[in-house]
Design a protein around this ligand. Structure first.
Ligand code: PMP
Length: 414
């Protein structure tokens, strides 16, 4: 079942599918068509095996024990740190902090760097298309500090209006927190350019990589971002673990986040010396099993090859866009030139939720609603969309099933 160690030379979606046992199941008597990958992707057998192997082979608490199981568990946990560092081209493993996911990564930065550096009257820039995870932590910080949240507007095609972003920047801007790719529209934002402009204004940049880390090559050094966050579960890894990358000097000088075991070197009641990076931000027993299994996901993606995956997903996106466009009354939201592989749409006179239910009856899993981007839905004056988001294991035939299911559903509902 394991792919070969080298990157697969040719990409065969039917071979890839064999790695994902869940794809064999049926839903409502029909083969599962899983198009909710932007919410969470399915897991290959190697990831499931990594979890089972951890619990059956070497489960123990890490870093503290000198017995063999503790050493093996620690080595496996730390091996994921190396794999994650390599995956995003971090200059060092110490700059990889394990979190619960993207949400925790953003909260960590807001509550540490943010609390230390954002003062009354300072400005925080986000965008209209941010996920609630990249809005609420900044809103909380702005409320606490009496700072101002500024929002980059988007165009009708679902792209950031760059000139407006430039106008928002000033010497009051302390941080720009921006999604690399939109979970609702698919738009890939020009983060490198955004970062250059922010740095020129003296601000730091956090990139929300929840939707990009699975689809795009991530190079934090080339981007020159100050923080980059992502979740394992959206890139074929387990739930409950994610990564925060930060520039070394920032991570070193930021105050601590949570207090507890492991994040300290010495504790006296009147004096505490905190641990070095990365442990300074990893208080308590972490999610060892899922972190260990994240390495299996990273290795799996690397072996299939990001380039192969991107090419396949681009074909799916082009095909789906073309087919969906032909459905009468269907409007696609998010028509940016540069998109990750998802299509969001609304069908005239049909509520997205009704569509979702009828599609589920045909075994097709799509996401409906506001996708945790209510301000973006408000901008488009819609309550929500239906979203089909694709992964390496989806096929053209599955898109045909979606389109056929849609046409039948519309006949019933419109
Ligand atoms: N940002 C974006 C763009 C997302 O798509 C998501 C998940 N839908 C998140 C942040 C939050 O990720 P998590 O729930 O894994 O913390």
């Amino acid at each position: 079942m394991m792919p070969s160690a080298a990157v697969q030379e040719s990409f065969d979606v039917y071979s890839v599918r064999k790695h994902f046992p869940i794809l064999n199941r049926e839903v409502k008597g029909k083969p599962l068509v899983y198009f909710d990958n932007a919410a969470s992707s399915q897991k290959p057998q190697v990831v499931i095996d990594a979890l089972v192997n951890y619990y059956t082979g070497f489960n123990a608490n890490i870093h503290r024990g000198i017995h063999s199981l503790a050493e093996e568990a620690t080595a496996a946990y730390e091996a994921t740190r190396d794999a994650a560092a390599q995956y995003i081209n971090s200059p060092s493993r110490e700059q990889i902090i394990f979190t619960r996911g993207t949400t925790e990564g953003i909260n960590l930065v807001a509550q540490t760097w943010g609390r230390q550096n954002v003062k009354k009257g300072d400005e925080i820039i986000i965008s209209t298309m941010e996920h609630h995870s990249n809005i609420v932590p900044w809103y909380i910080l702005a409320q606490e500090k009496d700072a101002v949240l500024k929002v980059i507007p988007v165009s009708e095609t679902g792209e950031l209006i760059f000139e407006e972003y430039e106008k928002l920047l000033s010497d009051k801007t302390k941080i720009v927190a921006i999604g690399h790719a939109s979970n609702s529209l698919g738009t890939i934002n020009p983060v490198k350019k955004i970062i250059q402009k922010a740095h020129a204004a003296g601000a730091v940049v956090l990139v929300d990589g929840a939707q990009s880390s699975v689809h795009l090559d991530i190079n934090v050094q080339d981007l020159d971002c100050d923080f980059f966050v992502f979740s394992s579960h959206k890139m074929y890894g387990p739930t409950g673990v994610g990564v925060l990358y930060g520039k070394y000097n920032l991570l070193e000088t930021m105050p601590v986040y949570q207090g507890g075991g492991e994040m300290i070197k010495e504790v006296e009641f009147g004096r505490i010396i905190y641990n070095d990076l990365p442990y300074k931000y990893e208080a308590g027993t972490p999610n060892i099993a899922d972190t260990v299994a994240l390495k299996a996901a990273i290795d799996f993606v690397s072996q299939i090859g990001k380039e192969n995956i991107r090419k396949h997903e681009s074909e799916l996106l082009a095909y789906a866009t073309n087919q969906l466009q032909q459905v009468p009354g269907l409007k696609i939201y998010g028509r940016a030139k540069d998109k990750v592989s998802l299509v969001s749409f609304v069908v005239e006179k049909v509520h997205p939720q009704d569509l979702g239910i009828l599609l589920d009856n045909r075994g097709v899993a799509v996401r409906t609603g506001h996708h945790c981007t209510q301000p973006l839905m408000d901008f488009f004056c819609i309550p929500g969309t239906t979203r089909a988001s694709f992964a390496m294991y989806n096929t053209i035939e599955e898109i045909d099933i979606l389109v056929d299911g849609l046409q039948r559903a519309i006949k019933k509902l419109a």
